[in-house]
Design a protein around this ligand. Structure first.
Ligand SMILES: C[S@@+](CC[C@H](N)C(=O)[O-])C[C@H]1O[C@@H](n2cnc3c(N)ncnc32)[C@H](O)[C@@H]1O
Length: 304
């Protein structure tokens, strides 16, 4: 017997658009705390990169969800995925949660519809954090993975997410770290990659994809192959300290997608562990746990 209660929309959608597998309700994405260029660019990105295999999703999910336990997500969980993109994590969670409301303001919702196929315990909604059409204090669990650092006021966006969670429910997020624990070579590489990102993110979609594919080959692959070589000759301990070591076991598809994600996005912000904890506390969370493992930082907290 499942105990969650699916909520009705709190406002009328502007329209419903039929996609391959479901009707998608469209809500306005106005509001001050959104970068519409970034959202548009993600829509284009995800419409091209949504063919994640279950094996790829399972492999990366192990890293993102190492701190998620059955007390956080189980078959009784009514869940919200904020900024769901292709719905890859919605898909993974759908096997574990009761029902998932997945929202994204971009056209990625149509890619998510394809990836999610006929999965029944998911509803897709086109809306932004400021227009999430569900009542406050509704969800047992909400997550926002790789989203809040692409929003102008990250701390405010986190508060807007957490207000949808019931008291006693959980909020999980992944936010880019500011490399505070990394050595000078990481910081130099980041500085260089930022120099490249600034012009690349302004390119038109098609050209941006081509340039990012080239960057995946000339920047990511040499570093990844170096890491793989170190692992092969038994120097794993040194390999894991190298930049991009997280891609050691990732496919070229994932590397291309991440290159587009990293170099193709206009707005990205980075945070220290202390700042992540502070934002989570200010949003009304307690029992905050930050994973000691990559990707940094992914964290969960309980709503007071
Ligand atoms: C890097 S993608 C992450 C997608 C997905 N969570 C994942 O990890 O695969 C960032 C997503 O955040 C969405 N996004 C950007 N601004 C947003 C906002 N104000 N409200 C909700 N989602 C937003 C984008 O449309 C995009 O799909």
């Amino acid at each position: 017997m499942r105990s969650y209660m699916k909520k009705e929309y709190t406002a009328n959608p502007v329209e419903y658009i039929p996609s391959n597998n479901r009707q998608i309700a469209i809500f306005p994405t106005e509001g001050g705390n959104i970068d519409k260029e970034v959202v548009h660019s993600f829509g284009e990105e995800w419409l091209k990169f949504h063919d994640f295999s279950d094996a790829t999703i399972d492999q990366i999910a192990l890293e993102y969800f190492d701190i998620i336990k059955p007390e956080h997500v189980n078959r009784n969980t009514y869940m919200l995925d904020i900024g769901c993109g292709t719905g890859r994590w919605t898909k993974w969670m759908a096997k574990r949660a009761g029902f998932i409301e997945a929202v994204d303001p971009s056209n990625a919702v149509f890619a998510a519809d394809k990836l999610l196929g006929k999965i029944e315990n998911v509803r897709l909604t086109k809306a932004s954090i400021e227009t999430i059409p569900f009542p406050d204090n509704s969800f047992d669990f909400a997550m926002s993975i790789g989203v809040l650092h692409h929003i102008p006021d990250t701390a405010q966006a986190m508060k807007d997410c957490v207000k949808k969670v019931k008291p006693g429910g959980y909020f999980y997020c992944y936010l880019y770290h500011n490399l505070e624990t990394r050595g000078w070579w990481f910081k130099t590489l980041y500085w260089l990659s930022n120099l490249i990102r600034k012009p690349v993110c302004l390119l038109p979609a098609g050209l941006k994809r081509i340039v990012c594919d080239i960057l995946a080959i000339v920047i990511y692959m040499p570093l990844v192959l170096w890491v793989r070589f170190l692992v092969l000759i038994g120097l794993r301990k040194i390999a894991v300290k190298m930049p991009l070591s997280a891609y050691n076991n990732k496919s070229f598809f994932v590397i291309r997608n991440d290159a587009l994600d990293k170099f193709g996005t206009r707005l990205e912000q980075r945070f220290s562990k202390k700042q992540v904890i502070q934002m989570m506390e200010d949003a009304g969370l307690s029992h905050i746990e930050i994973s000691p493992l990559t990707p940094f930082y992914h964290a969960i907290g309980k709503k007071k």
